[in-house]
Design a protein around this ligand. Structure first.
Ligand SMILES: NC(=O)c1ccc[n+]([C@@H]2O[C@H](COP(=O)([O-])OP(=O)(O)OC[C@H]3O[C@@H](n4cnc5c(N)ncnc54)[C@H](OP(=O)(O)O)[C@@H]3O)[C@@H](O)[C@H]2O)c1
Length: 257
């Protein structure tokens, strides 16, 4: 494929990124727009931040729209998909990325409600987005679904159990869907970042962040753009034969205890 085609391989495609006002979602939205996609920038509370992502995309000659929706709400997700279809066309690439804060604490000390909420947020958001995108992806016999998980799902840390359990269940859903939706021409893959510098992770003290960087083989911080590159790869045609795959974005830390 000529270089220019690789760079613009999402030309004519529509990509929805959930939780795209900040962090990994914002970086993914900008990166997918660079590849030529029209991007739906979903946000929940930060309209100004989402608008800035759109401004940046449009300043670089790209196309997009912002849409406020709580992705844990089926009716709001359905309205967003409909708005995307009206403005552009059916969603070709779904990036399930939104981050839901959870209660930190040892699993046996958490209330059932707290654990249940973490799992419900992750699974309902993914379920709602897939339900809304699926009919049109199935009709076109093509679609790329990319799920943002976390390294903690496979490499647990104490007190992060609610998050790890929710993301493990999310990965399981993604893997099952890879089998179920493959015959419909839809690829489902997972990206698994380790600790990445975003608003969600900046609550950790600087000493912790430095320790994480220092213990990684690559000795560098992970930034949202590092994850966005893997998402763009999975969205593009070079990943057409990847489904049920998982890309670890860890700087090598998964190899260490
Ligand atoms: N940061 C890390 O270290 C790390 C590591 C591994 C995996 N991850 C995963 O990467 C993904 C993104 O995390 P991040 O660190 O980039 O998060 P972030 O910077 O805190 O951003 C969170 C995003 O999610 C949106 N959001 C929150 N609740 C929502 C809802 N109900 N409906 C729609 N959008 C909602 C926020 O929208 P508003 O701002 O508009 O409210 C925001 O755009 C998450 O799935 C997270 O689990 C992160």
């Amino acid at each position: 494929m000529p270089d220019q085609e690789i760079l613009r391989q999402l030309q004519g495609k529509v990509a929805l990124v959930t939780g795209a006002s900040r962090g990994i979602g914002a970086a993914a939205a900008k990166r997918l727009a660079q590849s030529g996609a029209s991007v739906v920038i979903n946000y929940h509370q930060n309209r100004d931040a989402a608008q800035k992502v759109l401004d940046k995309i449009e300043d670089s000659g790209g196309r997009g729209m912002v849409f406020q929706a709580d992705v844990t709400r089926q009716d709001q997700v359905a309205s967003m998909i409909e708005a995307a279809r009206e403005k552009f066309s059916a969603v070709d690439v779904l990036v399930n990325n939104a981050y839901f804060p959870f209660e930190v604490g040892q699993l046996h000390e958490l209330s059932w409600e707290s654990l249940h909420r973490a799992v419900e947020h992750e699974l309902s958001a993914f379920y709602n987005c897939v339900q809304a995108c699926l009919p049109q992806m199935a009709e076109k016999k093509s679609g790329k679904i990319i799920v943002v998980s976390t390294r903690l799902a496979q490499q647990p840390l104490p007190r992060m159990g609610a998050y790890a359990a929710a993301k493990s269940a999310l990965e399981s859903m993604a893997n099952t869907m890879a089998i179920e939706l493959g015959p419909l021409g839809i690829n489902v893959n997972v990206v698994t970042p380790a600790f990445t510098l975003t608003d969600a992770s900046m609550i950790m003290p600087e000493a912790f962040r430095e320790r994480v960087r220092e213990t990684r083989p690559l000795k560098k911080h992970l930034y949202p753009e590092d994850v966005a590159g893997a998402i763009a790869f999975l969205a593009g045609s070079e990943a057409n034969m990847l489904t049920g795959s998982q890309i670890l974005i860890t700087g090598g830390s998964h190899l260490q205890l």
